[in-house]
Write a protein that binds this ligand. Structure first.
Ligand code: PLP
Length: 384
């Protein structure tokens, strides 16, 4: 059947009708008061979502561009930085740092395990000369479904005093609490196709006053991603370059939806979606890839030992038109990942878990009582 695709990958995520209709509108000139008014409201609502009084800026990039901008605007060649690496995205920020000739030190944990805040504390406490200029942390590591303990890691960064904390919040913002000002986060990067519920194409980056101080002396080259240009333009409710105006119409629509649901509503919904998904997987006696205490509210990875994960995904797609994500790098074919981020409701989880039951049965996996996955997920929803 056409147009029944159910996206359960961790980005792009499903898009609500209000945003689809906004995308279908005639574009307008970006140097008009009509556009400025929309951008003004979008910027206000982005600050609300980031829980910040600082600058939040829109870039025409994917999420990677937002985080790359968040790194290169505040650092100089040779600067020492710590990068948390426990998955594909953490590794990416280390590579960005190396591409820009930074002195990158990886703080690693096995994929599927959370970063150890103590490992950051040791490096930071030993740095009496204050040579560490930034610590880069991926809050929700999408490649494995781990939620890293950003709050504790950040506390160690604050004790250091000098280093900036740069956060990849691409799959945590809009799913879990990221109180930028209360925690004193310096740079928070994200992308439109995740918690924002719109298609890929916008990068969002928020910058603290402390990071702007570092900007003044930072020497890495920058032009299109020079955040100073965006800051100046945003203050006048405009953009330095032509923005994707219809994407901003769509963001305007979804931010209004988010405000209506409220931050607490958004966070508890994602928490519930995660718990129901995990309960459903346990009900099917399938191994979760990440333990209960560090699961991401955006995504759940399953390691169906003895069964090719890609086969599960292929049949889910063919039979039910449900798209799940696979594993990356050495986890290829070892795990599949269920995205439950953004425009996702309880109903979607019940559909996915029941479809998964059928698929596992088709694959000859019988290690569960029929209906046990759905029953377990339903119990979570009944209780909350
Ligand atoms: C999706 C994602 C990104 C950004 O990826 P793009 O493909 O550049 O949008 C960055 N970090 C995490 C954790 C992500 O999930």
């Amino acid at each position: 059947m056409q147009d029944k695709l159910m996206l359960m990958i961790p980005g792009p995520t499903p898009v609500p009708e209000a945003a689809l209709l906004a995308l279908a509108k005639h574009p307008i000139g970006h140097r008009t008061s009509e556009f400025s008014n929309i951008l003004a409201e979008v910027t206000e609502n982005l600050k609300w979502l980031h829980q910040t009084q600082s600058d939040v800026m829109l870039l025409t990039t994917s999420g990677t561009g937002a985080v790359e901008a968040g790194m290169i605007n505040f650092l100089s060649p040779g600067d020492r930085i710590l990068v948390g690496c426990n998955g594909k995205f953490g590794e990416r920020w280390a590579e960005v740092g190396e591409a820009y000739s930074l002195n990158v030190e990886r703080i690693t944990a096995e994929w599927g395990q959370p970063l150890d805040p103590q490992a950051f504390a040791e490096k930071l406490e030993a740095d009496k000369e204050k040579q560490i200029k930034a610590v880069v942390v991926t809050h929700s590591e999408t490649s494995t479904g781990v939620l890293n303990d950003l709050e504790t890691i950040n506390r160690h960064v604050k004790n250091h005093g000098e280093a900036l904390i740069i956060v990849d919040a691409v799959t945590s913002l809009g799913a879990v609490n990221v109180p930028m000002d209360a925690w004193g986060l310096d740079v928070v990067g994200s992308g439109s196709q995740k918690g924002y519920m719109i298609p890929p194409g916008l990068g969002i980056v928020a910058v603290s006053p402390k990071a702007w101080e570092a900007y003044k002396t930072a020497k890495l080259p920058r032009y299109y991603l020079d955040l100073g240009k965006y800051r100046k333009a945003t203050a006048k409710n405009t953009t330095p370059f032509t923005p994707p105006v219809n994407m901003i119409f769509a963001l305007h629509a979804t931010l209004r939806m988010m405000k209506q649901e409220g931050l607490d509503g958004i966070f508890t919904r994602h928490q519930r979606l995660m718990q129901a998904t995990r309960a459903g997987i346990k009900g099917l006696n399938l191994p979760l890839f990440v333990s209960d205490d560090c699961g991401s509210p955006a995504i759940t990875a399953v390691a169906p030992a003895g069964i090719a994960a890609d086969q599960v995904r292929a049949i889910m797609k063919k039979h039910f038109d449900i798209a799940l994500a696979g594993g990356q790098d050495h986890l290829s074919n070892k795990i599949f990942r269920i995205g439950h981020l953004g425009f996702v409701s309880d109903r979607d989880i019940l559909s996915a878990i029941s479809a998964l039951e059928v698929v596992m049965h088709e694959l000859g996996y019988e290690n569960f009582t029929p209906g046990a996955g759905v029953a377990a997920a339903a119990r979570v929803f009944a209780q909350s």
